[in-house]
Design a protein around this ligand. Structure first.
Ligand SMILES: Cc1ncc(COP(=O)(O)O)c(C=O)c1O
Length: 469
């Protein structure tokens, strides 16, 4: 049974000031944070709640929408609005490595990668890269080279010209992108790039996000005051027909839809760009793991089809490691100019010594060599996952994660059973904004050792065979 407003004891202040939906969202957020509204609790329907509170239904739907966008609430097919199961502080923690469960099955905050290791857990959550095998000599050489440059006093918000030129060369070879240094802003990673784009283009406006889609993208738009709009995806990626006409931006992952794994076919790419040109929306292309493809060569980045409408976000987080904090935005020169100006205003920048080190890795071909080694490493790991989990696996032709479709209501018990056996998994609930039928486990195979990966997959295969999936 859903609670009623009387149970929730919410009092709204009707004198002019803070809008009622903001007050209502704030009151519900505070109750969820305090645990007074625990995960799994069903909230009243907007109609009943509005009547109880004596406000219009829009007040309740707007408050719910905001809390959905922040990750506090989740919808269940045909059955209402529930408090999401994502730990005590989803607005921030849910953006980290995924909420987890305590050893006894008790809910607590997300378990960090370091903590997972200390607790001897097999971490099959996506998001990281394999950092256990890198060229030590090349790495040290890069930092020595960075040390040759003394401290400066005027960092360029666009990034070092030499690194921008090298990135253009890398993007041309790896992603078929034709761009010059004037198109590039060197960021600290995709998160930083998306935050800048959101602040520039989406504050107070509507931002489309894939659903299911990258939870952090949704969180960043919400934190920048955008209204996030769930846009359906299917096995091929974002569904273009039916996209709203009033989006300021649309965030998408055409090379490898996150998390389902589809690759956007060329005909749909063309239709997507037609939609963007017709509506004036910007497309934000998150090209996070496009360097890793195991079947056919990757399609060139969407950016190349319309550099005026597409803003490409890239990162070294997958190709090398999230540790240095290096990524890039590629955009039309006027958009790059506006982003650089905004960066200046926000006093936001990318560490110059880190940029020097990364420039050396690129210049000497060390990054390319690393990439070639990692392609083999990940292809081996992906084959192992498929060998153990068989045809339950989908979305496995690219990237560093796969999907295992599982009905939504089974995900919680399955994740708990896996954790009880020492295996940490992530699933689509965290990456969901509205309602869809594409639920399942999202398994990353990059960060665990091969031995742990084998062990973790075997545990999951046994659980699934026992009817947990
Ligand atoms: C969809 C997606 N985009 C981007 C990234 C990388 O983000 P960043 O460069 O901020 O580390 C990830 C990492 O997990 C991701 O899953």
């Amino acid at each position: 049974m859903a609670r009623t407003h009387a149970d929730l004891r919410i009092v709204l202040d009707r004198t002019p000031g803070t809008p009622l939906h903001v007050q209502l969202a704030g009151a519900l957020r505070a109750m969820m944070r305090a645990g007074a509204l625990p995960a799994g609790e069903r909230l009243p329907s907007s109609r009943v709640f509005a009547a109880d509170l004596g406000v219009s239904r829009t007040v309740v739907t707007e408050a719910y929408q905001q809390l959905y966008a922040e990750g506090w609430l989740e919808g269940r097919h045909g059955s209402g609005t529930y408090v999401a199961e994502i730990g005590p502080h989803p607005a921030t923690d849910g953006l980290a490595t995924g909420a987890g469960l305590g050893a006894g099955g008790k809910k607590e905050g997300p378990i960090g990668r370091g903590e997972a290791r200390r607790r001897g857990l097999v971490d099959l959550r996506p998001g990281g890269s394999w950092v256990g095998d890198y060229d030590v000599a090349a790495w040290k050489r890069a930092w020595r080279a960075a040390g040759e440059h003394g401290p400066g006093d005027d960092p360029d918000p666009r990034g070092l010209p030499v690194l921008r030129a090298l990135l253009c060369e890398h993007l041309r070879r790896a992603r078929g992108v034709v761009a010059g240094p004037e198109n590039v802003v060197v960021t600290r990673g995709t998160g930083n790039g998306l935050d800048l784009v959101a602040a520039l283009l989406a504050t107070g406006r509507r931002a489309g996000v894939e659903d299911p889609g990258y939870a952090r993208a949704r969180g960043i738009f919400a934190a920048r005051g955008a209204e996030t709009v769930p846009c359906p995806v299917d096995d091929d990626g974002i569904v273009v027909d039916g996209l709203p006409d009033d989006l300021a931006v649309l965030y998408t992952t055409p090379a490898h839809q996150y998390p389902l794994g589809g690759r956007l076919p060329i005909a749909r790419r063309e239709r997507l760009l037609e939609w963007a040109r017709r509506t004036g929306a910007f497309i934000v292309e998150d090209d996070y793991d496009a360097e890793f493809r195991y079947d056919v060569a990757p399609l060139p980045a969407l950016y190349g089809l319309d550099p005026a409408r597409v803003i490409l976000l890239g990162t070294l987080s997958k190709t090398l490691s999230p540790d240095p904090g290096i990524g890039w935005i590629v955009a039309a020169p006027e958009t790059a100019d506006r982003i650089a100006a905004l960066r200046g205003a926000l006093v936001d920048r990318t560490s110059v010594p880190v940029q020097h080190a990364m420039a050396t890795l690129l210049e000497r071909g060390d990054l390319d060599r690393h990439l070639r080694r990692m392609r083999l490493e990940y292809a081996r790991r992906r084959a192992l996952v498929v060998e153990i989990l068989g045809d339950r696996v989908t979305g496995d032709t690219a990237g560093l994660h796969v999907m295992v479709p599982v009905a939504r209501e089974r995900l919680g018990p399955l994740a708990e059973a896996a954790l009880a056996r020492g295996v940490l998994v992530d699933d689509t609930r965290r990456h969901t904004l509205g309602e869809h039928d594409n639920h399942g486990l999202v398994l990353g195979y990059a960060t665990a050792t091969v031995q742990d990966l084998r062990r973790g997959c075997a545990v999951l295969a046994a659980l699934l065979a026992d009817g947990h999936g």
